[in-house]
Design a protein around this ligand. Structure first.
Ligand SMILES: Nc1nc2c(ncn2[C@@H]2O[C@H](COP(=O)(O)OP(=O)(O)OP(=O)(O)O)[C@@H](O)[C@H]2O)c(=O)[nH]1
Ligand SMILES: [Mg+2]
Length: 225
């Protein structure tokens, strides 16, 4: 990239990092665990989140969600069925969420009213990796249908993950998912990440993810930036 473009890009990232730090301080002060869900398009973020919102509320937790998409309010409508407050960010072409967009969309919400804030990012395994949103947990989803090599092809995204969630396990046999290869690839890029194997369709593995969230909420609310 030409030096001038690199300089502008660095300026954008520096500004985002500053705003994300401010958000992280706000989340921590309010006692809200912020979770950033990222994946390729259609890996199952909204389906997992629908189930997560429902199960956390059943355990008495107070939850809210923000969902980013290039266009449409479809995901926000799906998530709102859980009864949780949900807000949409239409990015109008931007392939990721930024701290500034999230901060502005939080206006009017009293963060102390919530235990968990979920942020469903735009479906993309490249752009969101550089943009800290002040989250305590970055969860990267990988569906069994998209190929075991994805961690190797998109290392920055997986490297930045605190959690990797394999999704759509109910389809594993149909797509001849090679679990050993997928786990080895995840481990090689994200050895530090906590792994969950789930199906939003059957409910398999979701309780372990919910337990993790509850434990994280009781413990450390921030991530190492
Ligand atoms: N069989 C099966 N299908 C699933 C599962 N989770 C999601 N799906 C389906 O996969 C498709 C995409 O799921 P979404 O939850 O919309 O995926 P997403 O990651 O939110 O998609 P974008 O927001 O567009 O990036 C939908 O048709 C879901 O019904 C699962 O666990 N098993
Ligand atoms: Mg979605």
């Amino acid at each position: 990239m030409p030096p001038r473009i690199l300089e502008i890009r660095q300026g954008v990232l520096d500004k985002n990092d500053r705003l994300a730090r401010e958000l992280r301080i706000r989340f921590e002060a309010a006692g809200v665990l912020a979770v950033n869900l990222v994946s390729s398009p259609g890996a199952g973020k909204t389906a997992l989140l629908e189930e997560t919102l429902r199960r956390l509320q059943a355990r008495g937790a107070r939850v809210a969600a923000i969902v980013g998409d290039l266009a449409t309010e479809n995901d926000a409508r799906r998530l709102a069925r859980s009864g949780a407050p949900v807000r949409q960010i239409e990015t109008g072409g931007l392939c990721h969420l930024e701290a500034d967009l999230v901060g502005r969309r939080l206006e009017g919400w009293n963060l102390t009213d919530y235990d968990f804030l979920f942020i469903e990012n735009v479906g993309n395994l490249v752009c969101p990796s550089d943009y800290d949103l002040g989250e305590a947990v970055r969860a990267v989803l990988l569906s069994v249908a998209e190929g075991e090599d994805k961690p190797l092809k998109y290392p920055p995204m997986f490297h930045s993950a605190d959690v990797v969630i394999l999704t759509k396990l109910d389809l594993a046999a149909a797509v001849e998912f090679d679990r050993d290869a997928a786990l080895a690839n995840v481990l090689s890029i994200a050895p530090h990440a906590t792994l969950f194997e789930t199906s939003a369709r059957t409910g398999a593995g979701i309780d372990a993810w919910i337990d993790y969230l509850v434990t994280r909420h009781h413990g450390r609310l921030t991530r190492d930036a």
